[in-house]
Design a protein around this ligand. Structure first.
Ligand code: GDP
Ligand code: MG
Length: 163
């Protein structure tokens, strides 16, 4: 069967936007208000002739800040249980957060490969605090702009490189 890639990350970092770009259809629900992806969404995708499956683990992303850590732990657990490769997505406009660190701590314990994407890097220049993402200890952070379609190929290269 096809390798499975799970996309994990805080609400509003752009998981569903990335998912829709890669799948080429608006499958996942993107909302300007944080907290509104309704389902865990699955679709099949292809890069450089390599077929794989993608899940957006966003699930029912709660708007209330208190439940976000629990939601993220559940996402990370789903990814570690089911995926062959995990795409951990963060928000380069927001910078590194405590919730990012907590998920990274879980993901570091899996034997599965994790690719670290820093989304919302919409221009060629990296912000000074981009390098903070190295502190997560899960490798090189890859800049991405899902909105502007920048860096998507590099992310996909990294993902299929782990199959
Ligand atoms: P999710 O909650 O992680 O699934 O995030 P969404 O994909 O729903 O996106 C949340 C918000 O971030 C939406 O307003 C998107 O348009 C916006 N967004 C997604 N990717 C980018 C990006 O690369 N750059 C910028 N500036 N905004 C983005
Ligand atoms: Mg979503």
């Amino acid at each position: 069967s096809k390798p499975l890639v799970a996309v994990v990350g805080r609400p509003n970092v752009g998981k569903s936007t990335f998912f829709n770009r890669v799948v080429g259809r608006r499958v996942a629900i993107v909302e300007d208000t944080p907290g509104v992806t309704r389902d865990r969404i699955y679709a099949e995708a292809e890069w450089m002739g390599i077929h794989f499956a993608l899940i957006d683990t966003g699930g029912i992303e709660p708007a209330s800040a208190e439940v976000i850590p629990a939601q993220m732990r559940e996402q990370a657990q789903i990814a570690m249980d089911t995926a062959d490769v995990i795409l951990f997505m963060t928000d380069g406009k927001a910078g590194l957060t405590a919730d990012d660190r907590e998920v990274a701590n879980m993901l570091r314990k899996t034997g599965k490969p994790v690719v670290l994407a820093v989304n919302k890097i919409d221009t060629a220049a990296l912000p000074d605090d981009f390098y903070d993402f190295y502190e997560l200890g899960i490798g090189e952070p890859l800049p991405l702009s899902s909105a502007n379609m920048l860096g998507i190929g590099d992310i996909l290269d990294a993902l299929v490189g782990e199959f």
